[in-house]
Design a protein around this ligand. Structure first.
Ligand code: GLA
Length: 383
């Protein structure tokens, strides 16, 4: 049985067990893996993620009052709160739920109370957007309970607001847009300025493999904010609102005027935007070799210029590139731990996974998880 089905059943059974009745609605929102376009979203640039077949699930039933009673099945923890008394001081998993409900209320969605059971098989802190999945599943369920129309990009912005202003993480828009708007068998080329999406079909002769290093990111918030500030400083130097507006030629002409660190940070973003557009083109043309080469270049840029990789991620990528059928591999997500992603010939996926596990286990003291991922639809709900 594939993992999402089992989480679905776990949530349904837990709801009946916990609340003594069937849920009225079941919502699902996927995690995402980013194929290329890293640390470009908050520079108004381009990203190319896909939704994955790992997701957060939330079974709910409306209540007649304005209270929310939610049980987090993975954590065996529960919380009860009043919609009129959301509490910013609450941290942990409840903050993602309260923050999303707060942002929905701010956006004018009429909220009702509910009982719910939440569970997810998106690994936490692994760079696969487990928090965006929780935000979007809460939004999807709450909008269905409110009986209002689901506007996926708008809800992605609501979820991002929850993360920025309630949870306090200054993330860009990629993760929420991917979880809200993903499409089965496609990657989405997202323009993070206009939020325009082009769905790019994934070639059938390759699979996407997630390579979890078994490390979890640490200190990511401070390093992330520092990178953002460096990018903003570089944009100000070029007299533009975001690095999206600096092309490679303009950069080359004036790069020597920047200090060495800012220059490397800007170079990553500017070249990564170009690589992302080229990658979408490569996918459209079924040019797996080109796509793979762009992923490899992206990793080198993230490692050397943006400095958000780390030894376990580098080892994983090197193991992947040595394994059979691999077109390309790179770290994915914010960095500092978590997952890499590889593009692999479908008919060699099994041999690839085996060899990467053996190589990585021999080179590091961590336990890897390596699995083929299928591109799934964004947040949805069933009655
Ligand atoms: C995290 C953030 C995203 C994006 C990536 C890096 O996942 O939540 O907005 O900035 O890092 O590409």
């Amino acid at each position: 049985m594939s993992p999402p089905i089992s989480v679905r059943e776990r949530v349904m059974a837990a709801f009946t067990h916990h609340f003594g009745r069937q849920p009225a609605l079941l919502a699902r929102a996927p995690g995402r893996v980013n194929l290329i376009g890293e640390h470009t979203d908050y520079n108004d640039g381009f990203v190319l993620p896909m939704g994955i077949d790992r997701a957060a699930w939330l079974a709910v039933r409306p209540r007649s009052d304005e209270r929310v009673h939610v049980y987090a099945h993975d954590l065996n923890d529960e919380a009860t709160f009043d919609l009129n008394a959301l509490d910013r001081a609450q941290r942990g998993w409840v903050a993602y739920i309260q923050g999303t409900l707060w942002a929905l209320g701010e956006a004018g969605v009429p909220l009702v109370g509910w009982d719910g059971v939440l569970a997810s098989n998106v690994p936490r802190g692994a760079g696969l957007s487990s928090s965006a999945a929780v935000e979007l599943v809460v939004a999807r369920a709450a909008v269905a309970l409110a009986g209002t129309l689901w506007d996926a990009p708008r809800m992605a912005k609501v979820a991002q607001r929850a993360e920025n202003e309630w949870v306090g993480m200054a993330c860009g828009i990629m993760d929420q847009m991917a979880s809200a708007c993903a499409r089965r068998d496609h990657a989405l080329l997202l323009d993070c300025r206009s939020l325009a999406i082009e769905y790019v079909p994934l070639p059938r002769d390759v699979v996407t493999v997630v390579l979890d290093t078994g490390t979890r990111r640490g200190l990511v918030d401070s390093a992330y904010n520092e990178r953002r500030a460096q990018c903003e400083a570089a944009a100000a130097f070029f007299g533009v609102s975001a690095l999206r507006d600096v092309d490679e030629a303009t950069f080359a002409a004036r790069a020597h005027e920047l200090d060495e660190c800012t220059r490397r940070r800007a170079r990553h973003v500017i070249t990564e935007n170009a690589r992302t557009l080229a990658a979408a083109e490569a996918l459209r043309n079924g040019d797996d070799k080109r796509m793979g080469d762009l992923m490899v270049a992206s990793h080198a840029s993230l490692r050397d210029d943006f400095e958000v990789s780390m030894p376990a991620l580098d080892a994983m990528v090197e193991c992947a590139l040595d394994a059979p059928g691999c077109y390309g591999a790179r770290m994915t997500g914010a960095g500092f731990g978590g997952c890499a992603v590889a593009l692999v010939a479908a008919d060699q996926a099994e041999a690839f996974c085996k060899q990467v596990v053996a190589c990585y286990t021999a080179r590091t003291s961590h336990t890897p998880q390596v699995y083929v991922c299928h591109a799934e639809d964004g947040a949805d709900v069933e009655a």
